[in-house]
Design a protein. Structure first.
Length: 314
């Protein structure tokens, strides 16, 4: 039996509630399949399009009618955790019952501690929201004061600060549920970024990368495996070129070289690879996998996906 954090990428979710309700059925099957194999599974997920949608909706409403408030980013993150978690746990509960499995599933609205002096607050870099063309991006910068950046040749997106996760406020509660054989959906969208404030915490306007938050969660829970599910079966180098190549295994030395060579883009594969690297570094028996949702079961067996390995696996 392995303890696994499964991080669901945007392909497992939808751009709107109705699309998401359909997509999470596939995610639920992949997750329950892992549980059927005897694994303890903790679920994390992204929220880039969703938190951007929520924030934009409140902003547009405020422009139309000043009586409607603009919604701070921590609150937008909490809303996204709630509605994505609701869809996921609903789909997973249904699949568990279909398989006559006893586990329960719950979503924890999760706060993740960041450093108030993190340099990310001076250099916004995390893409959120939908892709737009260059002309629309310039208009958004002018009218709304957003910082817009080109994202992996797919268009322009708004970017916000993305500080690194330091700790998870609700960690003990997560541990208790996992130890009692329940499934937990947590650190949704990277978690709500908070900083210490006296005896408690205060939210800050930022988005924590869900891959780094998932790696931090997996580390703090001392998991055996970090499983990042995305839109591709394997990590690639020379992406989109004639000499494009799938990678079956990545070591720390490989990652350092490929990052130096600019093989991984900041808006797509780079944070996934770096998060996996952080999880396995210094731990010989940990394994991280980057693979597709559709082939999750095969990836766990080593028949698909890219494995990021510690020294004893290299």
């Amino acid at each position: 039996m392995k303890k696994i954090v499964v991080a669901l990428g945007g392909n497992a979710l939808g751009k709107n509630p109705s699309e998401q309700l359909d997509k999470v059925k596939h995610a639920a099957k992949a997750i329950v399949d892992l549980v059927k194999e005897g694994n303890e599974v903790i679920i994390a997920h992204g929220n880039g399009p969703q938190v951007g949608m929520i924030n934009t909706a409140f902003s547009e409403s405020h422009l139309t009618n000043q009586a409607y408030p603009e919604m701070p980013f921590p609150e937008c993150g909490a809303m996204s955790q709630g509605y994505i978690g609701y869809h996921l746990q609903n789909a997973i509960q249904k699949k568990l019952k279909e398989e006559k499995m006893p586990q329960q599933v719950a979503t924890i609205i999760t706060q993740v501690v960041v450093d108030k002096d993190d340099l990310a607050f001076k250099h916004p870099s995390k893409p959120i929201g939908t892709f737009v063309d260059q002309a629309t991006a310039k208009e958004m910068e002018k009218e709304k004061g957003y910082i817009m950046k080109e994202d992996a040749n797919r268009g322009y997106r708004r970017v916000v600060p993305s500080p690194k996760p330091k700790d998870i406020v609700e960690l003990e509660m997560i541990k208790t549920l996992v130890e009692n054989n329940h499934l937990v959906i947590t650190v949704g969208g990277g978690g709500i970024p908070v900083i210490p404030d006296g005896p408690g915490f205060s939210g800050v306007p930022a988005v924590i990368d869900k891959d780094f938050a998932s790696a931090k969660l997996a580390d703090l829970l001392n998991c055996d495996m970090l499983f990042i599910l995305t839109a591709v079966d394997k990590v690639k180098i020379n992406f989109g070129q004639e000499n494009e190549k799938d990678l079956d295994i990545l070591t720390n030395d490989d990652i350092i070289k490929y990052i130096h060579d600019g093989e991984f883009h900041a808006g797509s594969m780079l944070p996934k690879v770096e998060a996996c690297q952080a999880f396995v570094r210094g731990h010989k028996n940990r394994v991280a996998i980057i693979g597709s949702l559709e082939k999750a079961k095969e990836a766990l067996k080593g028949d698909s996906g890219t494995r990021i390995v510690g020294e004893s696996h290299a």
